[in-house]
Ligand binder design. Structure first.
Ligand code: SAM
Length: 217
């Protein structure tokens, strides 16, 4: 069982996702547990202060270290703490496989201009970026990380081997997939996939997986 503890100013952003696959199934099966910690509950005053102006000047507000420190103090059995950050290490499928072996993961979601740099240095094990672009907050990155881990847990995907044939397994991308109809407006499915010749079909899948892997990335 993996426990995800999420520190966020917007816990409501998670609810719809947690009520749908793969999270819903994983929670029901007792494979994951998700605790949402509202950073506002750890505010420094009755006005709910969690951010302040950056030292040295600059636009916007920065999340303060103290509310985050207090939120972390309230989390039991912490094992691995990750800051969501555009400047973090690039998140990929190898990192998913590494993280899925943990029992507890804390994800800290930044907002506004970001987070006091001491949070990453003194309170986190690592910081992760989901790509070279800037989002308004760490909530979507946290969901991306949680979902990619959750769908690899045993019993979540329909077929046992579904994840082993997916993109990024064995450093390849998955071959293109088709379903009915065979012909839509003259756009046809590759003939070999309709042939019933399993050897030829496997060969086509392998070749096309390789073709995509060689051109993409
Ligand atoms: N001022 C920061 C900068 O230029 O790097 C951007 C802050 S961003 C608007 C607010 C928060 O969203 C960040 O602290 C981080 O938690 C999250 N965030 C934004 N983009 C992200 C990304 N690509 N990967 C992970 N987290 C991201």
């Amino acid at each position: 069982m993996i426990t995800f503890d999420i520190i966020t100013l917007f816990p409501n952003l998670f609810n719809e996702h947690l009520n749908n696959l793969p999270f819903k199934k994983a929670i029901q099966k007792g494979l994951i547990k998700v605790n949402l910690h509202n950073l506002r509950d750890y505010a420094l005053n009755s006005y709910g202060m969690v951010d302040d102006k950056p030292y040295g000047g600059g636009t916007g507000m920065v999340l303060m270290i103290e509310p985050i420190y207090k939120a972390l103090e309230n989390i039991e059995n912490k094992q691995h703490t990750i800051l969501m950050s555009p400047s973090g290490k690039k998140f990929d499928q190898n990192k998913v496989k590494e993280l899925k072996n943990l029992n507890q993961i804390t994800l800290i979601c930044g907002r506004y201009e970001g987070v006091d740099a001491r949070v990453e240095k003194y309170l986190c094990d690592e910081s992760l970026s989901i790509g070279n672009y800037v989002l308004s907050g760490g909530e979507l990155p946290a969901l991306v990380i949680m979902e990619s881990i959750t769908r690899l847990l045993p019993g979540i995907l329909e077929k046992e081997d579904a994840s082993s044939k997916e993109s990024f397994e064995n450093d390849t991308l998955e071959h293109p997939q088709y379903t009915r109809p065979e012909d839509f407006k003259g756009w046809i499915v590759p003939e070999v996939l309709l042939s019933g010749n399993h050897k030829e079909i496997e060969k086509w899948k392998e070749e096309n997986s390789k073709k995509i892997s060689d051109t993409d990335n």
